[in-house]
Ligand binder design. Structure first.
Ligand code: MG
Length: 325
């Protein structure tokens, strides 16, 4: 009984923070449920993501990064809908309460949550195999959410940022590609500390016809847009945005683009833009200082066609599997 009391006070020490500055939280952590007031004329966007030890991460991931990433993957789903992230709930299952672990985890978790002015509004801690679940909620003006189903033939396909760094970091750790320590460290940053494209997602409400965030790899995530919109697409693998770290680590283009197309964990956005709004997109991207790259076009005939140097390219892996599980 004594131990249990001690555990509860430890949990409170790390998760219960001073009163949130968010005015939409009437009652936060500490009662049986949180009481919240979404703004008028807004829809609520809600998403849940789980990270399981042994499936989504292992001991190679710093605990602080785990906290960051758990927030990032959930917020990234809200960004893809054009929503503004606001509230987080956390369900944490762990084998034992370890104070050092809690301190590292919550420092990563709250650093990113605070950055987006997102508040933790509730949670649950249970004993068991390590597993982390966050439910993230956010607002989007009514009728303005960006769905996967709005792509039309002729729309251009864009991606934000650069692709493949996280997958290369994972491949390097697993020994499927050879990286120097410096290359591994550079690429690890993108794997461990992804940056969800929150500002871009909200700016795309009036511009994009569809959007998705890149968690499983461009080829498989784009397929979700194609299925939902009942269209097809062609993409040019030769123009995929590539970081200097990645092109240095994998100079050979064929294997690099395979990784960029099928590797996951980028947490960039893939979205479609009608021809008439491409100028608006360029203006917005410049204002935000975010790189966006047109990688292809939506077509009427179904299926995804990928070319590299004007030759058809066959994908060697269908999609991304965490740790090959
Ligand atoms: Mg998603």
């Amino acid at each position: 009984m004594h131990n249990l009391t001690k555990e509860f006070s430890l949990i409170a020490k790390y998760f219960q923070r001073e009163q949130s500055s968010r005015h939409d939280i009437i009652l936060g952590i500490g009662d049986d449920a949180a009481i919240l007031t979404p703004p008028a004329e807004s829809s609520l966007a809600v998403t849940t993501d789980t990270m399981v030890y042994g499936t989504h991460f292992d001991d190679s991931v710093p605990v602080k990064a785990l906290g960051h990433k758990l927030v990032a993957v959930n917020v990234s789903d809200l960004a893809a809908m054009g929503a503004e992230p606001t509230w987080l709930s956390l369900a944490l299952t762990c084998p034992a309460i370890n104070e050092l672990w809690l301190s590292e985890f919550t420092s990563g978790f709250f650093a990113l949550a605070d950055y987006y002015h997102c508040s933790l509004i509730g949670g649950d801690v249970t004993r068991g195999p390590l597993s982390l679940t966050v439910t993230a909620q956010g607002f989007v003006p009514q009728g303005k959410e960006i769905r996967r189903s709005g792509a039309q033939p002729g729309d251009r396909i864009y991606v934000s940022g650069q692709l493949g760094d996280a997958a290369a970091a994972l491949a390097g750790q697993q020994g499927t590609i050879a990286l120097t320590d410096i290359e591994q460290a550079r690429l690890n940053k993108r794997l461990f500390y992804p940056t969800p494209q929150v500002a871009l997602g909200q700016a795309l409400r009036a511009i994009a016809s569809s959007a998705i965030d890149l968690s499983d790899g461009l080829a498989s995530d784009l397929q979700h847009i194609l299925h939902a919109s009942k269209v097809g697409a062609s993409i040019d693998a030769g123009v995929l945005p590539t970081s200097l770290a990645l092109s240095t680590a994998i100079p050979e283009q064929q294997s690099r683009v395979q990784l960029q197309l099928t590797g996951g964990e980028d947490y960039e956005l893939c979205f479609t833009v009608p021809e008439s709004r491409r100028g608006s997109l360029e203006t917005v991207a410049n204002q935000l200082g975010i790189e966006v790259t047109c990688v292809g076009v939506i077509e009427g005939s179904e299926g995804l066609r990928v070319t590299l140097n004007e030759q058809p390219l066959l994908l060697t892996t269908a999609g991304f599997n965490h740790f090959g599980v």
